[in-house]
Design a protein around this ligand. Sequence first.
Ligand code: SF4
Length: 358
Amino acid sequence: MANDSACDRFNPWGVIPSEWKKLCKETLGLPAFRGDQIATALYQGFAEDWVNVSTLPNQLRSQLQELMPITPLREVAVSSSDDASTKLLLECPSDGEKIETVLIPSKQRLTQCVSSQVGCNFHCAFCASGQLGKTRNLTAGEIVGQVMAACRHLRASGEQTLQRPGNIVVMGMGEPFDNYDQVITALKVLNDQKGLSIGARHITISTCGVVPGIERLSGEGLQFELSVSLHAPDNLLRDQLMPVNRAWPLEKLIPACKAYTEKTGRIITFEYTLIKKLNDRPHHAERLISLLRQLPCKVNLIPLSPVEEFSGKRPDAEDCHNFLDRLLQAKIPTTMRYSKGRDVNAACGQLRLKSIKN
Ligand code: SF4
């Protein structure tokens, strides 16, 4: 297993833009203004090689190349779906590990779903990533690198109007709170005005229910959105679908979510994948309502997209609409979301799983 901290410790994309000045002054022995020049070159200029950064003197370019070369993720496979979602399989230059990211266009903006780990240790029943197990955490530089790779992909595809994604969701391979520090650093880079300048409210962290992560985030004073994958309204079923529930069952998870909303004044989005006859019955809706009634939240219902590794079936449209109606009647803001990119192996981890199997 790779050493997470050493893996690409010097990746410049893992440095928060505001820290470049300090780094220049205290570590590199350079005037502080070089910090701004470096951040501009990285995030506005999309530099991928210091040698080409003409705003910096030659000697400094060589120094940076030596100390912290920019190490872009290599695009090794691309798959597109009928609904225009695009999935990129990327290779980490440090050890050749493969990670994936998905671009999901909508009328308003382009959303990018990024990975936080190589594989995942949480073993959710319907998830390909969970079947692989975790190989290692991604560094902040590698998480930001996925967005830079998407920007490069957009430029190469001639997408002149869409130079960067407008929404980021940390919902790809991995559990973000199992790699808390690196994920938060990466999101600060993406959010920073001198970074990618993506608004905090357009950045969502999605957890399977890691309570210590929810508690820690609630004390950070950050404006990122939080989404919690629930998928079952009782412990018996949730234990089966999401083993994380055995460590943090609903009687711990729901109070932690409530405390989060009280402390931050923000709402939580709960993701609930509807699976035929398993969790889409009227009594499941009633149980979900009683669980969430006291919580400032919204619910996303997602009819299951069948995957090879899970025997669950897509629910009937009528059952989905009845479930939705019942939650709305109970005044819980709820939307039905159809997962995009179903025909491009878009459930998390599937493209990587395929590349490993082939
Ligand atoms: S759904 Fe998320 S947390 Fe669960 S196994 Fe997949 S990647 Fe891990």
